[in-house]
Ligand binder design. Sequence first.
Ligand code: SAM
Length: 302
Amino acid sequence: MSEPTGTARRRGPFQVGDQVQLTDPKGRHHTFTLEAGKAFHTHKGSFQHDALIGAPEGTVVRSTGNTDYLALRPLLPDFVLSMPRGAAVIYPKDAGQILAMADIFAGARVVEAGVGSGALSTFLLRAIGDSGQLASYERRQDFADIARKNVERYFGAPHPAWKLTVGDLQDNLVETDVDRVILDMLAPWECLDAVYKALAPGGLVCCYVATTTQLSRTVETMRVMNCFTEPQPFESMVRSWHVEGLAVRPDHRMIGHTGFLVTARRLADGVEPPLRRRRPSKGSYGDDYAGPGAEAGDPAAS
Ligand SMILES: C[S@@+](CC[C@H](N)C(=O)[O-])C[C@H]1O[C@@H](n2cnc3c(N)ncnc32)[C@H](O)[C@@H]1O
């Protein structure tokens, strides 16, 4: 049985064409692709790629300037943070939440927009595998080109489960009976009608947005549409720790904010969500409220 796309590049001795991540004595990373007969130059001298070809991961190479470099293949989180970017990428902490909370499974039929630099596309393709289907939509040709290169560099070849379309999702979406839709864009609420048509009953939509105003508009639009389950908004924070002798504490610096996630499930055709038991607190949708459904008043009371 053949291995899933990209797996052969993730294990075994280093081969020509592999990505290598070097760590220098100060913990800094340098990433390059292995080529026979080539030299890697640093400001502390150079070494030959051939010194790594055929060597196991975790090997240490010494440069002509007598500096040791630890060589490992980059993990996917390392790869997406070091790859060339057009648009900002989804951080690995959020990609992990999307894979778990949007329930991305092997063989799933997934739609994604926008593609940006292709970071999330790579996480999604790895999770759905060769038997899944990922239809990705990106409105900008230049970003789509960068994303395609990044995805192909990661897997070492075009991925058989990936279809990339240049254009706005809401005008071009052709897939139906889809299991999951992931939106990472400025105005996901503009795509929710198209998403509803594409999703299979029970399918899940997950939106990633950067600001509270985007989050509010996304959630309220889903509610007003009356064809999704109650949206579940959340964010994740990851603190790294300093552990040295008796000094065991969170690191002083952290990534304080990336974005918010919100998930909801598509109901069956013609079905409306059951009335919410908990009504919004008085004043939540007061006179000043100008969001979706404002004309209709309190959406939960209708
Ligand atoms: C933040 S980037 C996406 C980053 C990507 N998720 C990643 O991990 O690399 C947002 C992208 O959405 C695209 N975009 C915005 N609205 C869109 C739409 N309606 N349809 C397709 N692409 C859209 C933008 O051009 C931009 O490239």
